[in-house]
Design a protein around this ligand. Structure first.
Ligand code: PLP
Length: 273
């Protein structure tokens, strides 16, 4: 597998990042996951905009987006696959032990792995832990994902593929790696970004293409919603057939199915060249 590191392609088996890299020692990094079909990245410009936004939020030097673009193209060229997931990681780089960044500057790694289309529906759980809607990292796509790892492990234990968080005031927020939508009286709603959720790219496209409303929602809306669905780069639009012990038979329901169809139709036009 060829990856991009230090300005060029390298073999993933022998590529080296310092053990003092702040991405490793203190989780001082940001990332993007970008879907690529037949070597063509999806919505790359939006992902690069968010990468730059996350870098500013973390106080990292502005990433060289031309290099990131070149790196994505080179990695996709070197590793042909039908459906891939590019992973762009950008960290505070080599530095002293402790939380001060070193002089050497950031580390950029671009890698790709195989991906596969997800099932049309899945099971989710809610977790008792909260997303902080007012934290220093809120809304940034940082590599500090351990809380998501713990929540996802809980979901797996219960036969689910995603765990949903409320925020600190009990409002519905998002999943470990996805945004959440509910259908109420036939209308689609999703929590607003100030709930503390990530401004998901699939979420934004789904809002644009379906006219979904951004609505502040209590967590227990999941007990009564007619339909629930998730959005993310790797799931696209995915129905939910179980929330904790509540079954939603027939998922994806008609509104979700329409959102899935719209997404598939429109997304074909949004592949970056
Ligand atoms: N929320 C979180 C916490 C995520 O990590 C992700 C994606 O990884 C999403 C939402 C969905 O965002 P996107 O649609 O840009 O993949």
């Amino acid at each position: 597998m060829k990856i991009w590191l230090d300005g060029g392609l390298q073999d993933s088996e022998t590529a080296r990042v310092s053990v003092f890299d702040h991405g490793l020692t203190v989780g001082d990094g940001i990332f993007e996951t970008v879907k690529a079909a037949e070597g063509r990245p999806f919505a790359l410009t939006r992902h690069l905009d968010r990468l730059a936004r996350s870098a500013r939020g973390l106080g990292l030097p502005e990433p060289d987006l031309d290099e990131v673009r070149r790196a994505c193209a080179a990695v996709l060229d070197a590793n042909p696959m039908p459906l891939g997931r590019l992973r762009i990681t950008y960290t505070g780089g080599y530095g002293p032990l402790g939380s001060d960044r070193g002089e050497k500057g950031p580390t950029l790694v671009v890698a790709v792995g195989e991906s596969a289309r997800r099932p049309d529906s899945t099971a989710v759980i809610t977790v008792p832990w909260t997303r902080n809607e007012r934290g220093a990292l809120t809304g940034l796509k940082t590599t500090s994902y351990a809380e998501n790892v713990v929540a996802l492990a809980r979901a797996r234990e219960q036969g689910a593929s995603e765990a949903l968080f409320a925020n600190t005031v009990g409002r519905l927020c998002e999943g470990t790696g996805s945004n959440v939508f509910v259908v109420l009286d036939g209308e689609i709603h999703t929590p607003p970004v100030d709930s503390g959720c990530l401004a998901g790219i699939t979420r934004a496209l789904t809002v644009e293409w379906t006219g979904a409303k951004e609505t502040d929602l209590p967590l227990d809306v999941l007990d009564s919603a007619e339909e629930v669905f998730l959005t993310s780069t790797l799931r696209d639009v995915q129905g939910v057939h179980r929330v904790d012990s509540r079954e939603l038979p027939g998922a994806p329901g008609p509104v979700t199915a329409k959102a899935m169809r719209l997404f598939d139709e429109q997304a074909g036009d949004d592949l970056d060249p």
